[in-house]
Write a protein that binds this ligand. Structure first.
Ligand code: KIV
Length: 267
C-alpha cells in the first residue's frame, strides 16, 4: 500500500461487537491495543494490563473480523526479561489470541527482540515516539522528538525497528515534520497517531473517534460521532419507559399458543 500511495487505516477494538463494526467499515488493520487498560478497564495508564487480558480481548476481536489484519499488543514487561519470554508471549497472541502480528513498544532497545520474533515467523509492528508504557520515564504522556536530539532519536529508533524486520511502525506523539522525515526514510509504512498527516496510515482508539467518553479530547483526536450522548439518551429513555410502564409494550411480549387456558393450580 505504501508503494501504491494508498493510506492505511488502522483502528483499535477490544471486543467482538466493536470488531464486527470496524470490519464492516472496511478498515485495513485492527489493533487490540493495551490502551484497553484505560478505555475498557478505567486505569490512568496501560501498565496494569496483563498478558492473559491481552489474549482474551484479542481472541474476542478475532471472532468479529472477516478481512482486516489483526494486531495484538505486547503489554508492559511481557517481552523485556528475555528472548524466550518474548517468543512465548508473542506466540500466545498468535496461537491463543488468533492475531496475525504483534506490536511492541520501543526503538533501538527493542531491535534484537523484533529480529528474533520475525526470525521465528512472527510478524511485528514497531511503535516509537511516545511509547505509553514508558509514561513514567518520559515524565508523562509527552510529545517526543521536539528537540533536534529528540527528533534524531525518533528517526534512529524507527530505522532500527525497520532494520530488525518490523513490517510497519506506529509513530505516536511526534511533531508532523519528524513523522514526515521518518516516513520518507523508511521502506515500510508508518502509521501515525498524534504524528500529523504525512504518515502512510493513521490509527485512532475506536472509543475516542466514536466519542464514547466526551470528557477526553486530546488534540490529536477527531471525533466522528458523539456516541456517549446517543447512548445516555437511549438509556434514559429506557429507564423512563420502564418506570412509566410503557415498556415492554404488547409487541415485546410473548403469547401462548392456541386459546389461553386456565393454568392448572398446582397447590
Ligand atoms: O494501545 C494502543 O491502542 C496503541 C495505539 C494507540 C497505537 O498503542
Amino acid at each position: 500500500m505504501k508503494a501504491d500511495n494508498k493510506r492505511i487505516v488502522m483502528v483499535t477494538a477490544y471486543d467482538w461487537t466493536m470488531a464486527r463494526l470496524v470490519d464492516r467499515a472496511g478498515v485495513d488493520m485492527v489493533l487490540v491495543g493495551d490502551s484497553l487498560g484505560m478505555v475498557v478497564q478505567g486505569h490512568d495508564d496501560t501498565l496494569p494490563v496483563t498478558m492473559d487480558q491481552m489474549v482474551y480481548h484479542t481472541r474476542c476481536v478475532s471472532r468479529g473480523l472477516t478481512h482486516a489484519h489483526l494486531v495484538g499488543d505486547m503489554p508492559f514487561l511481557s517481552w523485556q526479561p528475555s528472548i524466550s519470554m518474548a517468543l512465548e508471549t508473542a506466540g500466545r497472541l498468535l496461537s491463543e489470541g488468533r492475531a496475525q502480528s504483534v506490536k511492541l513498544e520501543g526503538g533501538e532497545r527493542a531491535a534484537e527482540t523484533i529480529h528474533k520474533l520475525v526470525d521465528n515467523g512472527i510478524p511485528v509492528v514497531g511503535h516509537v515516539g511516545l511509547t505509553p508504557q514508558s509514561v513514567h520515564a518520559m515524565g508523562g504522556f509527552r510529545v517526543q522528538g521536539r528537540t533536534d536530539e529528540g527528533a534524531e532519536q525518533v528517526v534512529r529508533d524507527a530505522v532500527a525497528v525497520q532494520d530488525a524486520g518490523a513490517f510497519c511502525v506506529v509513530l505516536e506523539g511526534v511533531p508532523a515534520d519528524v513523522a514526515a522525515e521518518v516516513t520518507n526514510r523508511l521502506d515500510v509504512p508508518t502509521i501515525g497517531i498524534g504524528a500529523g498527516p504525512h504518515c502512510d496510515g493513521q490509527v485512532l482508539v475506536c472509543n475516542d473517534l466514536l466519542g464514547l467518553d466526551l470528557s477526553f479530547k486530546p488534540k490529536f483526536v477527531k471525533r466522528y460521532a458523539q456516541l456517549e450522548t446517543t447512548a445516555v439518551e437511549a438509556l434514559e429513555a429506557y429507564a423512563r419507559e420502564v418506570r412509566d410502564g410503557s415498556f415492554p409494550g404488547p409487541e415485546h411480549a410473548f403469547s401462548r399458543r392456541g386459546a389461553p387456558r386456565k393454568v392448572a393450580k398446582l397447590y
